[in-house]
Design a protein around this ligand. Structure first.
Ligand code: GLC
Length: 572
C-alpha cells in the first residue's frame, strides 16, 4: 500500500499496567500477565502498545512519580520480564512505546534525596529551589506549588503533587541523566515514547503570579458547582489563568528537538507522541514530535457531527500548514478521563454511541489511540468509600473540602468519586468468573472490580457473541487494516450542514471510501450523487453496524439505519 511510517498506519492500544492482567495473582497487573494477553491483542487487531509507566514508584500518582527511570516496578516483575514482554510483542509484530515523564521525578528518587539533603551537594541544582515561595502558584493536584524542606531551609517547586518535584531542565546534567535513561530503553529495542505533560517542563522565568481569586481546592469546588453559562465560562477562564505561567513556556521546543535527534540516531523509525494538543510541538513536521494528540476532539460534552467537522477542519488545516505536513492523531479516552462509554453515552443509546465513537476514531485521518477496556464497553466505576481511593489527587481533594470547606463527607465522597481517575482505571474484565478473571477468586485487587463484569462486560462472554462490542471492534479493525483509503486517504467532509450524521470521504490513490456515522435515532435517506467522485457510482459495503440485505448500493439512494456506522468503497 503505502509510503507511510509504521506509526502513521498503526492502531495504538494503551495498556495501564496496574489494571491490565494479573499474572501472579497478587491483585495487581504485571508483565507476566500482559505477555499472556499478547495473543488477545494481536487477535483484536491493534498494532502498537503504549504502556503507562512501569517503573519503580511509590505510587503517589499511580506510577507517574518515578523513583528509577531504568528499572521495573517490583510489583510488575523484573527487567527480564520486561525484555521477554518486549520480544514476545515484537515477535507478533506489535510495537511498544513507553511513557516518559520528563517534568518531574518522585520525591523518593535518589536524585531528589540527594538534592534535598543540603544546599551544596552535587545535585543541589537538579530541582527548582527557592528560599521562600516566590509567588502564589498552585500545584494542579494538591494545593500550594512550593513545599518546604527543612534540610535546606528552602522550598521546591512541583506542578503536580508534592511527591513529584519538578526537575530543573536548565541544568545540563539533568538532561544528560534523562537522555541516558532514554538511550537505555531505546537500546533495549522499544519503539518510542509517549511524552508526559510536556507543557509543564519549563516555568515562566519571571515567576509571575496568577491572578485568580481562589486556590486550587476552591477553584475545583467552584467548577463543580458552576451552573450558569457565565459561571462555566468563568471557571474555564480561571483554570487557564491559574496555570498559564506554569505551562507552555520557552525552552520546550529546543528540548524536543534534542530528544528527537536522539531517536533519529536509531534504526526502525522510533517515535514520540506528546501529551499535548499543541501542534507547535511537531516543529516543522519532522524535527520535534512525530505526533501530538487531537485532544480538542474529546474536549466536549457530546460528540456531534458539527463538533467533529469543525475539529477536523481546524486540525487538518494546522497540520497541513507545517512545512513538512504533520500527521493527525485521534483519541477519545485514556487513563486520565472518564471512560468513553460513560462520558459520551446518553444513558439510552450508550452502546450505539460507543460503536459510533470508536468508528470515528478508526476512520478519521490519522493514527488512532484506544484505551484498554473500551473494546468491551467498560464504564466508569464510582467508588463509595474514601478508603478505596488510590488516586491521591482524589483523596487530597476529599480532605480539602471536608476539612477546609466543611463539605459533608457524603457529598465530598460523591464529588471525589466523580473527579478521581480511579473510576476509569479499574481492573480489566477478562471473564465472568469472580474478580472478573483478573485475579484469582478471593484476592483483593488494587482497585475494586466493577461488578458489571457479570452483565456481559467481559472479554470471555463477548468473544462467544458475534454481536458483541468486542467483535465489532475486531471487524472494524480488520476493515481498516485492509483499506488504503482508511489508512492513508485524504479527508473530504460531505453534507456539511447535516446535524444528524457525519459523512466524509477518505481518498487514497487506489481507493475511495465513503463513511457515514449516523449520530441520530432517525432512519436517513441520503443522496450522494452530487458528490464529486460518487456520481452514478455503485457503493460497495466495506462495513456496516446494521443488517444490510445487499452489498452494493446506489449513491443517489442510500438508506442509513438509526445510529448506523456505514463504510463503503466507491466503485472506480
Ligand atoms: C500526565 C499523566 C497523568 C499524570 C500527570 C503527572 O497528565 O497522564 O496521569 O498524573 O501527567 O505525571
Amino acid at each position: 500500500m503505502t509510503s507511510l511510517k509504521w506509526w502513521q498506519s498503526a492502531v495504538f492500544y494503551q495498556i495501564y499496567p496496574r489494571s491490565f492482567a494479573d499474572g501472579n495473582g497478587d491483585g495487581i497487573g504485571d508483565f507476566i500477565g500482559i505477555t499472556q494477553k499478547l495473543d488477545y491483542l494481536k487477535d483484536l487487531g491493534v498494532d502498537a502498545l503504549w504502556l503507562s509507566p512501569h517503573f519503580p514508584s511509590p505510587n503517589w500518582d499511580c506510577g507517574y512519580d518515578i523513583s528509577d527511570y531504568t528499572g521495573v516496578a517490583p510489583e510488575y516483575g523484573t527487567l527480564e520480564d520486561f525484555k521477554n514482554f518486549l520480544s514476545e510483542s515484537h515477535k507478533r509484530n506489535l510495537r511498544v512505546i513507553l511513557d516518559l515523564v520528563l517534568n518531574h521525578t518522585s520525591d523518593e528518587h535518589p536524585w531528589f534525596l540527594e538534592s534535598k539533603s543540603s544546599r551544596d551537594n552535587p545535585k543541589a541544582d537538579w530541582y527548582v529551589w527557592m528560599d521562600a515561595p516566590p509567588n502564589n502558584w498552585q500545584s494542579c493536584f494538591d494545593g500550594e506549588a512550593w513545599t518546604y524542606v527543612p534540610e535546606r531551609n528552602q522550598y521546591y517547586y512541583h506542578y503536580f503533587m508534592k511527591q513529584q518535584p519538578d526537575l530543573n531542565w536548565h541544568n545540563p546534567e539533568v538532561k544528560q541523566a534523562m537522555w541516558d535513561a532514554v538511550h537505555f530503553w531505546l537500546d533495549l529495542g522499544v519503539d518510542g515514547f509517549r511524552l508526559d505533560a510536556i507543557g509543564t517542563i519549563y516555568e515562566d522565568p519571571g515567576l509571575t503570579p496568577h491572578n485568580v481569586p481562589m486556590n486550587l481546592a476552591e477553584l475545583r469546588r467552584f467548577s463543580e458547582l458552576a451552573q450558569t453559562d457565565e459561571e462555566k465560562k468563568l471557571k474555564d477562564r480561571y483554570w487557564a489563568d491559574m496555570f498559564k505561567n506554569q505551562w507552555g513556556q520557552p525552552g520546550t521546543h529546543e528540548l524536543m528537538k534534542e530528544l528527537r535527534a536522539i531517536l533519529d540516531e536509531y534504526e526502525g523509525d522510533r517515535m514520540l507522541v506528546g501529551e499535548d494538543d499543541n501542534i507547535a510541538y511537531m516543529g516543522n513536521g519532522s524535527d520535534e514530535l512525530h505526533l501530538v494528540f487531537n485532544f480538542p476532539l474529546m474536549r466536549t460534552e457530546h460528540i456531534t457531527p458539527g463538533h467533529i467537522r469543525q475539529n477536523q477542519t481546524e486540525r487538518l488545516q494546522q497540520l497541513n500548514a507545517l512545512s513538512n505536513k504533520g500527521w493527525p492523531c485521534n483519541t477519545l479516552g485514556n487513563h486520565d478521563c472518564s471512560r468513553i462509554y460513560s462520558r459520551f453515552g446518553d444513558k439510552l443509546h450508550d452502546t450505539e454511541l460507543a460503536r459510533l465513537n470508536v468508528a470515528l476514531v478508526l476512520t478519521l485521518k490519522g493514527t488512532p489511540y484506544l484505551y484498554n477496556g473500551e473494546e468491551i464497553g467498560m464504564t466508569d466505576y464510582m467508588l463509595t468509600d474514601i478508603s478505596q481511593v488510590r488516586d491521591t489527587m482524589g483523596s487530597w481533594y476529599y480532605h480539602a473540602i471536608v476539612t477546609d470547606m466543611g463539605v459533608h463527607p457524603e457529598e465530598a465522597m460523591i464529588r471525589t468519586a466523580e473527579m478521581t481517575r480511579d473510576k476509569n482505571r479499574t481492573p480489566m474484565h477478562w471473564s465472568n468468573k469472580p474478580n472478573a478473571g483478573f485475579s484469582p477468586d478471593g484476592v483483593e485487587t488494587w482497585l475494586p472490580i466493577n461488578p458489571n463484569y457479570r452483565e456481559g462486560i467481559n472479554v470471555w462472554e463477548q468473544e462467544q457473541n458475534p454481536a458483541s462490542l468486542l467483535n465489532y471492534y475486531k471487524r472494524l479493525l480488520k476493515v481498516r487494516k485492509s483499506s488504503s483509503a482508511l489508512i492513508e486517504g485524504e479527508y473530504t467532509p460531505l453534507h456539511e450542514n447535516a446535524q444528524d450524521y457525519f459523512a466524509f470521504l477518505r481518498i487514497s490513490e487506489n481507493q475511495t471510501a465513503l463513511v457515514i456515522l449516523n449520530y441520530s435515532e432517525n432512519r436517513l435517506d441520503l443522496d450522494f450523487s452530487n458528490v464529486k467522485g460518487a456520481k452514478d457510482k455503485t457503493l460497495y459495503t466495506l462495513f456496516s453496524s446494521a443488517v444490510r440485505s445487499t452489498a452494493s448500493h446506489k449513491a443517489e439512494k442510500l438508506t442509513i439505519a438509526p445510529f448506523e456506522v456505514f463504510i463503503a468503497e466507491v466503485a472506480s
